[in-house]
Design a protein around this ligand. Structure first.
Ligand SMILES: Cc1ncc(C[n+]2csc(CCOP(=O)(O)OP(=O)(O)O)c2C)c(N)n1
Ligand SMILES: *[C@@H]1O[C@H](CO)[C@@H](O)[C@H](O)[C@H]1NC(C)=O
Ligand SMILES: *[C@@H]1O[C@H](CO)[C@@H](O)[C@H](O)[C@H]1NC(C)=O
Length: 650
């Protein structure tokens, strides 16, 4: 068995009654030496791998060798043969560029072959330059600095409040990345929610990439900052395995920050605490001599350390087939904003699936995630006004398939979390995001609140599905489909109330558009979504009743990505290739561009686009739709223009 409590035991001969608690976790000399030996081997393997790769960050690995040794061979409880076991303690390498030392640790546990380490960064190896979840022992991709602690918060929140399990979460950060605001968003979240199962280890090695860090080795400043954020903060010598063992075994009532004073490049004499070595592998001959020296520090020791197994108290969870038990219950002609339909749908989904959780950034009575909170208060996480952290927490809650996560805020505020969203794709994360208040149709609040880039942003993410529902029924279907769709799902909701246009039994699928208005003699195909779909329907009525009696076809794409090219092309062919797109979004990257790319190979097609072309302003929704040329009149005008120009072309 891999469990061996002997690695944690004390020497009974030294026991005195007064210090029994203090000494209980104190490692014996054999253990201390074994931990030091592991640290030396981690340095050796980090140097070997980066020198073989010809790139990488050996000095960033060397400052954390003792920290990694103690964490993985003294502190953490996990099954090394089953790195993603739900009961294991979690580890997040926020300073992802130190990946080689993480790989070296897993070689040390026996999970990776030591020889595999030499394939670091090769195109056919899983050992990429930075951690990615194709490695079983990685939950979230890191490498964009400042994001690990937010994800760790999501995991710790899940452990404490959802799983109610005993696993703990350890996150290792660089001091350079402490300049990221997102780190401090996470610090505030962790203390507010009393995540006493969370430990952050700050590797204070004084140096960043091109310059020393702003606080250099002023560890007491880090301590004061961490304390100000509500953490218990302890300064240690990050190269002392005894100090690390001691601090990591303290009982906790708060999140714990271990401020580890270290030396960048420790063990590489020419690079120790020196500028100019960040991200540089050692030349071969230098590597050889350093490794020789490091090897001489490995003292024989008859103790082999094994990690302790976890308490098996986080049972596997099935997130398959998260279904609504009944159809939506809207009546034709009812009016409801899709943002409200989102809240209703999410609360309903939560009623039947206990692993559905919701997050919001203090906008819950605007996005209507409040309806979920009212019904399921224990599964709602208020993330406050920290959208980057909210996305990272969502990612953390979703790892190891513990929860089906929905996070909402105004669509436009996801822009500030774009790096987190991009990393969510690399993390193979299955989070769902709902962005309300899209477009100029929010009205009076003005441009700072209007989501006008969100479609472009989410469409560019390879693993994303983009839902843009247009009524209450399709919004409820979007929520259900998102819960069952892998990758990132984005649901774009609107503020104005619009009519229910679908029958409650209408079937919806990802990538399947609906033809919502059609006759046998249509002249133009109009594609709209959300409020502009309703404007297009009004334009259709207007054109039919007008003196010209023009019939148009109206399509609701339902998902903007994937876009139902076939339905659009087949219907547009019936209208002689004439397409008008109309969207409450900027021109770039939205619905119009999606349709253009879909019909790029069709001959004789013309796409006329209506979208928002300038920074908008405050006003009434209908005024803004008119001013920015995306209302019913603008659509009718565009239809006439398209028809007259094609008539002139004949
Ligand atoms: C968001 C972000 N900005 C910049 C970088 C480029 N970068 C990679 S490592 C690094 C320095 C990191 O310093 P520190 O956090 O102190 O880690 P160390 O290497 O010193 O252990 C920088 C600027 C990055 N990876 N992510
Ligand atoms: C949200 O709730 C607060 C507190 O009840 C209230 O003051 C505010 O007006 C509400 N906002 C919206 C957009 O409904
Ligand atoms: C257009 O045609 C090219 C060449 O045949 C093909 O590779 C591409 O996938 C087509 N694009 C679309 C959107 O159909």
């Amino acid at each position: 068995s891999l469990s061996s409590n002997s690695s944690l035991s004390f020497n009974p001969c030294h026991r005195s009654p007064r210090t029994i608690m203090e000494e209980y976790h104190k490692p014996d000399q054999q253990t201390v030496q074994a931990l030091r030996n592991i640290a030396s081997r981690l340095r050796i393997n980090s140097i070997k791998a980066t020198t073989a790769a010809g790139s990488g960050h050996p000095t960033s690995c060397c400052s954390v060798a003792e920290i990694m040794s103690v964490l993985f061979f003294h502190t953490m409880k996990y099954r090394p043969d089953d790195p993603s076991n739900p009961s294991n303690d979690r580890f997040i390498l926020s300073k992802g560029h130190a990946a080689p030392v993480l790989y070296a640790v897993w070689a040390e546990t026996g999970y990776l072959k030591e020889s595999e380490l030499l394939n670091l960064r090769k195109v056919d190896s899983i050992l990429e330059g930075h951690p990615v979840p194709k490695q079983q022992f990685v939950d979230v991709a890191t490498g964009s600095l400042g994001q690990g602690l937010g994800a760790a918060c999501g995991m710790a929140y899940t452990g404490k409040y959802f799983d109610k399990a005993s696993y703990r979460v350890f996150c290792l950060l660089g001091d350079g990345e402490m300049s990221e605001g997102s780190v401090w968003e996470a610090m505030a979240f962790a203390s507010y929610y009393q995540l006493d199962n969370l430990v952050a280890i700050l590797d204070i090695n004084r140096l960043g990439q091109s310059d020393p860090t702003p606080l250099q080795h002023h560890v007491e400043k880090y301590q004061r900052r961490c304390e100000a954020f509500g953490w218990h903060a302890v300064i240690v010598d990050g190269h002392s395995v005894e100090e690390l063992c001691k601090v990591l075994n303290q009982p906790r009532h708060q999140p714990l920050a271990i401020i580890a004073k270290t030396i960048k490049g420790k063990g590489i004499p020419a690079a120790e605490d020196k500028m100019g070595w960040h991200g540089k592998p050692l030349p071969k001959d230098m590597a050889e001599s350093v490794i020789k020296e490091l090897q001489s520090r490995i003292l024989s020791c008859n103790k082999r350390l094994y990690p302790s197994p976890p308490n098996e108290d986080a049972s596997p969870v099935s997130l398959r087939n998260i279904r609504m038990p009944s159809a939506p219950s809207y009546k034709a002609g009812d009016k409801i904003a899709t943002r409200k339909a989102y809240g209703i749908a999410l609360a309903k989904l939560g009623r039947y699936n206990e692993h559905v959780v919701a997050l919001d950034g203090d906008t819950k009575n605007s996005t209507f995630s409040e309806l979920f909170k009212n019904e399921h208060p224990n599964r709602y996480v208020e993330c406050y006004i920290a959208e980057q952290n909210m996305v990272s927490v969502a990612i953390g809650c979703a790892v190891r398939d513990r929860n089906v996560v929905f996070a909402s805020t105004f669509a436009t505020f996801f822009t500030r979390a774009y790096d987190q969203l991009r990393m969510a794709a690399i993390s193979e994360s299955n989070i769902n995001l709902c962005g309300s208040h899209c477009g100029v149709s929010i009205g009076e609040d003005g441009p700072s609140q209007m989501g006008l880039e969100d479609l472009a942003m989410f469409r560019a993410i390879p693993t994303a599905t983009v839902f843009y529902p247009s009524d209450g029924v399709s919004t409820e279907k979007a929520v259900e489909l998102a819960a069952n769709t892998k990758g990132l799902c984005f649901i774009r909701t609107s503020r104005p109330e619009n009519s229910i246009i679908y029958n409650c039994n209408e079937d919806f699928h990802v990538g399947q558009a609906k033809v919502v208005y059609k006759t046998n003699d249509d002249h133009v195909t109009v594609v709209g979504a959300g409020v502009t779909l309703h404007e297009a329907l009004a334009a259709a009525e207007q054109l039919k009743k007008g003196t010209e009696k023009i019939n148009i076809r109206v399509i609701d794409p339902f998902t903007i990505k994937p876009l139902d090219s076939k339905t659009i092309i087949d219907n547009a062919r019936a209208t002689r290739g004439r397409i008008i797109t109309v969207e409450d979004h900027y021109y770039e990257g939205g619905l119009g561009e999606a349709v253009c790319s879909a019909v790029v190979n069709e001959t004789g097609f013309t796409v006329h686009r209506l979208a928002v072309s300038q920074v908008p302003r405050s006003g009434k929704p209908h005024e803004l739709l008119r001013i920015f040329g995306i209302d019913r009149d603008a659509i009718a005008h565009a239809v006439r223009k398209v028809l007259s120009s094609s008539a002139n072309a004949k």
